[in-house]
Structures are given as structure tokens and as C-alpha cells.
Ligand binder design. Sequence first.
Ligand code: SAM
Length: 384
Amino acid sequence: MPLSLVTTCALGLEEILADELRNLAAEALEVGRGAVTWKGGWPEVWRANFRLRTANRVLVELGSWAAPDGDALHAGAFRLVAEETGRPWAGVTAGELFHPDRTFALRATARSSRLTDPRWVALRVKDGLVDGQRRRWDRRGNVERRRPDLALRVWLAGDRASLLLDTSGDSLDRRGYRVAGGMAPVRETLGAAVVLASRWEGRGPIVDPMCGTGTLLAEAGWIALGQAPGRLRSHWAFEDLPGFDAAAFERIRGEAVPAPGGGEGVRLYGVDADPQAVAATRTNLTRAGLASCCELSRDDAFRYDPPEGPGLLVVNPAYGERMVEEPDQWHRLGDLLKQRYRGWRAVVLAGDKGKGKWIGLRPRRRIPVKNGPLDARILIFDLY
Ligand SMILES: C[S@@+](CC[C@H](N)C(=O)[O-])C[C@H]1O[C@@H](n2cnc3c(N)ncnc32)[C@H](O)[C@@H]1O
């Protein structure tokens, strides 16, 4: 019996994440809001954690039950632990998973439910779980918030509760290359989405003329070279779960990752007006193992002479800062694209609707996304 899996992502990235999952041959995909559900076994869970670029987390649904009130919430959780359901989770039984020697943490969210206080929801489910442990083993497991053996989540939607097990641990955007920070860096998952949304064929140079801390370049470089996003991570929560097979995961780590243009001759060019940003990009790209294929310079994006193309331009202008809040600055960016990047593909991570229009070019594709709390758009231009 395959696992029911939920992969979460930032709002707007669902279709890009679904494409990534299709490329991993995930089965029974369903695209939701901020999540894609699918089915697979434990090796697929390990591979998804290692290979997905736009996902925040991979969760296993352990159970789902009607929970119109607190007693029903408690009873459903109790049953999951106290009774073997006869449906182990791809070979892992309730007896192994919920053994009281394992520490746990539990968080809840409630949506469209009469039970509106997530902390109370979490408490009722936790009581159900530990009462189930007492029934089965005469003792209960301990709560550990920092690095629990079992990181559990309860999602209450209407009258239905689901208990999910987090297999990722730290969110998957924590790639491990961002050692130097800077002004408004984008999350690595959104940076990857910008590159993947361009459907770039992998030929020609990649330029970010306002590179900040280098996130877009690092993600583009890893995609172009077929480097997995998990390559620098040292830990995932699934490594602490029963049934984890370290040798099988080593084989997954060794699998070839497709590179769009075959991964040959990848060149990354980063430019920023701020010398500290250039230094941060250098540090981060070095940590990402990309130092030998990048050229960085301190320059004004509007004066910078790009390398011979065509290639891919990626840019996340400093919106939120005064200078690109002005329509003029967006016009200037549009002019820059038309004049210096003719024949290139360009992806702009821009602010709300109006600002995209100010560029004065018709995007081939426009994808509304959330950049943290801000509304943003991924705009894709073919500059032919
Ligand atoms: C929003 S940040 C980019 C963040 C970057 N995507 C990251 O993830 O770290 C915008 C960057 O544009 C740079 N910038 C603004 N105007 C510029 C210009 N005219 N030429 C070059 N860089 C510029 C700023 O110094 C800043 O580092």
C-alpha cells in the first residue's frame, strides 16, 4: 500500500512543483493550494526530499478522521496509536512509529472548522496520542520541540482532521549554501521556481544584473549542472524514522540528475551595484561549488555589458526599495531588456500587477506567487 504524501510549497508554485514531481515519476498527483498530494513509498519520500527544488516539506498522511469536536479529535488520535490499523505505512507499523522511546512534537492548523484554537486542537490530539501509548505500553513518550524523532502536524479542515508526519525536518529551502546574507534575499525555493518557470533549454550564459546574495544564480547553476538541491544538506527528519535504509538513500544520492543543456560549459554572471552584495554572492556561490563557473562584478545593471548570448537573464529588482517603486525604473528595466538582451529569455521576479506592466513588454507567461508575505509575479519574456 503506497503512502499518501503531501508536498507543501509557497502559494503560486504548485504547478511548478507538480512538474518536478512528474519528472520524478510520482503517482496520483493532485494539485492543491500551497501543496501537491501524491502517492509513493519510502524511497520516493527520500528522493523527493533530496531532489525537489520548489518544495518546502514532504509530509506523510498517517490518518484522517471525522473530528467535529474535541472528543472526536482525541479518539481518532488514540485509535491510530493504540490499535494496529492493519494498514502499516509502507511497512512501518504504529508500534514502531509511536513507540514511547521516540520523542515527538505536534503542531496544528485549523481552517473552516468550529474548533478555532490550533493550540487546543494540538493539545487534544497530543492527549489522544499519549493515552494511546499508555494503553499500549503503560507509558508515554516525551515532547521535544527542537529536534523530535517524530515531527507531527494536525490539519483540521472543516470537520476532518488529518495527522501528518514531517519527513523533511528543516524546511527544504535550507540548501546550505547561503552563508552570507544581504538585502531581501529570495527564498531558495522561489529562486529555483524563477529558473524552472523559464523552461530554459540550458544553452548560453546566465546573467543576474542585480544579484544581491546570488540566490537566483546559485539555483540556476545547480539546475544547469544537474546538481540536486539537497547535496549540501546534512540532515533530514526521515533519517530518524523506523525503516530508513541508509544504503538505499546513498544510492538515491548517487542517481544522475537531468541537466537541461547537458551541463556542459555553464557560465554564471553576477552584477550588483553594491560591493557587499558582490562579496556575499561570491561567498555563497563558492559554498555552492560554483566559483569556477561564475564571473562577478560590481557595476550598474544599466551600464553592464552582458556576455555574448543568447542566454538566460534572471533578475529580482529591489522592489520595496524606493528606486524601483518608480514606474520610470521599471521602464528602464524594460528598455534594458530590449536593448542589451535581444534574443535572450528573461525572467523577472517583480512586485504586484502594476509594476509588471510598467516594464512595457508583454510577458509570455505571468505566474502570481507569494514572496514571503508579499504578492509577487514571475514574468517570463522571450526577447526575440
Ligand atoms: C532584491 S535584491 C536581489 C536579491 C537577490 N535576488 C537575492 O536573492 O539575494 C536587489 C539587488 O539589486 C541591487 N541593485 C539595485 N539597483 C541596481 C543597479 N542599478 N545596478 C546593479 N544592482 C542594483 C541591489 O544592490 C540589491 O542587491
